[in-house]
Design a protein around this ligand. Structure first.
Ligand code: HEM
Length: 393
């Protein structure tokens, strides 16, 4: 649930949760245009003094060096593209389906109520990423914990420590994959960066940690949101149950929609951060070189010019050109994978758990405002079970 009504001005002066000044852009066409505007980037010439979006060590402030940003970004996309091709992703689909039915099966074999966030939303994307990267099963719990820490928005120390542990772990994994390559993304990155017998270990470790972060918490939040939306919109859930061919459209609507839970955030969140590389005249103001610009994906996804009745959750909404995966040169590399995970999960959920309901009123759910990617701290659900089989959460 968004904290405030969508502001009218195309670009507004705001303060981020760190108290730093920023420009916020909210209209769909404006956000989309600025996402592919080369005058905006992720780096800043004076990163220590740049405005920050949050205290997160990952996404809170500038990333990269203005001199090399474009070349580094192009190199990153080139390296990752083969691992995320449609063919590679489709090969992963049966494994994703298998993980979905294991997790849902375990959940339903337990007795209600249960925490869907802990049982399914959190582990599914982590297991899929671990599978993709080639992280051994025994290390997966550590991996998940570090990713959660790294995403912390308000505790810089925790976020930094999580990130450092991830990098260190990935460095060791990269070294192992050099001597024992397997059919996974880390091994193929090691091979592609291996020049004259020495792979770019730090670079691959950083890419791997970045992938884990980019692909994990975002998907956890989308699953939490989708389950909450379906369990609080009975008509939409029934429509989907009666017509499972709507699942892909429902997934797009889940991606577009906001979590229907009050947020405690008192400042704009959810915007993609960019820094102006030069003075930019936009919407009647001059954004000075070095200023932070927040591109509000959530307000853009609720712009009535593009989404009639934008607050309505409508599993058959078409077209649905939401910007949840970004747009332009940085469009999400993992979008096809995220779509596979979400489609497999929601199709199986309706099939295997047709009578699931929320175990608490929706107003009692807590949004994870301390996390960059949002989501819920817990998602208590219940379903009809044999008498006497209840347990405490
Ligand atoms: C529902 C799930 C997901 C959402 C909502 C999401 C959203 C986004 C968004 C908005 C961006 C653009 C960032 C920007 O412009 O600054 C992005 C980029 C990215 N995403 Fe995702 N993502 C999701 C899942 C994934 C997955 C599963 C992976 C990989 C396993 C992934 C990997 C990436 C990478 C590597 C980038 C950086 C692309 C670049 O800078 O060129 N994402 N994602």
């Amino acid at each position: 649930m968004r904290a405030a009504a969508r502001p009218q001005a195309p670009i507004q002066r705001v303060r981020t949760p760190t108290g730093d000044p920023a420009w916020l852009v909210t209209g769909y066409d404006d956000v989309k245009a600025l996402l592919s505007d080369p005058r905006l980037g992720r780096s800043h010439p004076d990163p220590d003094n740049a405005a920050r979006m949050s205290r997160s060590a990952i996404f809170g402030g500038p990333i990269g060096d203005p001199e090399t940003e474009a070349a580094e970004h192009a190199r990153m996309r080139r390296l990752l593209a083969p691992s995320f091709s449609a063919r590679q992703m489709n090969q992963l689909r049966p494994r994703v389906a298998g993980l979905v039915s294991e997790l849902l099966g375990d959940l339903m074999h337990g007795s209600p109520p249960a925490d869907f966030h802990q049982a399914v939303s959190f582990p599914l994307p982590a297991l899929v990423i671990c599978e993709l990267l080639g992280v051994p099963v025994a290390d997966r719990d550590d991996f998940r914990r570090w990713s959660d820490d790294a995403a912390h928005n308000t505790d810089t120390e925790r976020s930094h420590a999580g990130l450092m542990q991830l990098w260190q772990y990935m460095g060791e994994l990269v070294q192992r994959k050099r001597s024992e390559p397997a059919d996974d993304v880390i091994s193929s990155l090691v091979t592609s960066t291996d020049q004259h017998g020495s792979a770019d270990v730090d670079g691959v470790a950083m890419l791997g940690a970045g992938l884990l972060f980019a692909g994990h918490e975002t998907t956890v939040a989308a699953i939490d949101r989708g389950v909450t939306l379906l369990l609080t919109n009975a008509d939409q859930r029934d429509a989907l149950t009666q017509n499972p061919s709507l699942v892909p459209a429902a997934v797009e609507e889940i991606l577009r929609s906001s979590l229907p839970v009050p947020t405690t955030a008192d400042a704009p969140t959810g915007g993609l951060p960019r820094y102006a590389k030069t003075d930019v005249d936009f919407g009647g103001v001059t954004v000075a070189a070095g200023d932070l610009v927040l591109l509000g994906l959530d307000p853009a996804n609720h712009d009535p010019q593009h989404f009639p009745d934008p607050e309505r959750f409508d599993v058959s909404r078409t077209p649905n050109p939401h910007l949840s995966f970004g747009h332009g040169p940085r469009f999400c590399i993992g979008a096809p994978l995220a779509r596979i995970e979400l489609r497999e999960l929601f199709a199986a959920l309706l099939d295997l758990c047709p009578d699931m309901t929320l175990a608490v009123p929706v107003g009692e759910l807590h949004a994870r405002d301390e996390l960059l990617t949002g989501g819920l701290s817990a998602l208590p659900v219940t379903w009809p079970a044999s008498p006497g089989a209840t347990r405490e959460l």
